[in-house]
Design a binder for this molecule. Structure first.
Ligand SMILES: Nc1ncnc2c1ncn2[C@@H]1O[C@H](COP(=O)(O)OP(=O)(O)OP(=O)(O)O)[C@@H](O)[C@H]1O
Ligand SMILES: [Mg+2]
Length: 248
């Protein structure tokens, strides 16, 4: 791992709900290095998705800054620029994929390339190449919703990869999957990280997947409760075990 590609500095985020400001993220700072496999984990409601939205430029921090590839993505960009930036640099995978239901698997995967102005034939060729990488080349003509959840997530990953982004950001990508499909998806993410040098940022509340991480950030109640490098996994597991013992 070498250079820093994302720098989150002193982020606070609150939402106005009725007449009250609800604080969701408190003084969050961390850096993501190129080729990291970062897993952000913590209980439901602790602010993981909100944090990803800030990093993605989808949600504005109340205070603090996010720098992505040396660009301060909130204060110094327009919404169009942020959208363009995401299209070019980030592949996104969610718990529940959104499909264009009138399009086939291959066409859905090709779609982000069409948005970048790539011609239709080339986009489809590239989509098929990527679908082969995730072992989904036998399902090109299907409508995505005809596939199992595990198969859909592999197609969603192919769609995220088709523009060859440097960074893959995944919010609970295994949330709807059974054990086998979850592991299969994690292995694909690991392969992208190890063999293609992609930086992976993944959010989960499932401790099962921490083994795949190079860096892990534990969140609790809107704050970072711990950061762990690869050689500190044992310490992390011990901490989590003792927490469970305490009923936390
Ligand atoms: N737009 C919003 N307006 C008001 N409150 C919000 C908004 N978005 C998120 N929140 C609140 O922020 C808190 C954190 O939500 P967030 O979705 O980031 O949690 P999470 O860690 O991703 O949870 P989960 O594991 O269930 O996905 C929650 O209490 C939620 O209600
Ligand atoms: Mg969430």
């Amino acid at each position: 791992m070498s250079d820093t590609i994302i720098k989150v500095s002193n982020i606070n985020k609150s939402f106005r709900v009725g007449t009250q400001d609800v604080v969701v993220l408190k003084n969050i700072s961390f850096e993501v290095k190129s080729n990291d496999f970062l897993i952000i984990f913590g209980p439901s409601g602790c602010g993981k998705s909100t944090l990803l939205h800030l990093v993605l430029g989808l949600e504005e921090p109340t205070a603090g800054t996010v720098t992505f590839f040396d660009k301060e993505i909130w204060r110094k960009t327009t919404e169009d620029e942020r959208s363009e930036f995401r299209k070019k640099n980030i592949g996104m995978v969610y718990q529940q994929p959104n499909w264009i239901k009138s399009l086939s698997v291959a066409e859905n995967v090709a779609f982000p390339l069409l948005l970048l102005g790539v011609d239709k034939t080339k986009a489809k060729e590239k989509a098929i190449e990527i679908l082969k990488e995730v072992q989904m080349e036998n399902w090109l003509g299907y409508i995505p919703t005809e596939l199992s959840s595990g198969q859909q997530q592999k197609v969603a990953l192919a769609r995220a990869m088709v523009t060859e982004p440097k960074v893959i950001i995944a919010d609970e990508p295994t949330g709807n999957l059974d054990y086998e499909s979850g592991q299969e998806l994690m292995k694909l993410l690991e392969k992208l990280n190890k063999e293609q040098g992609k930086t992976v940022i993944m959010v989960t509340h499932d401790l099962e997947y921490l083994d795949y991480s190079k860096t892990a950030i534990r969140m609790f109640d809107g704050e970072i409760a711990g950061t762990y490098q690869e050689n500190e996994k044992e310490k992390l597991m011990d901490e989590m075990k003792s927490k469970r013992g305490n009923g936390n």
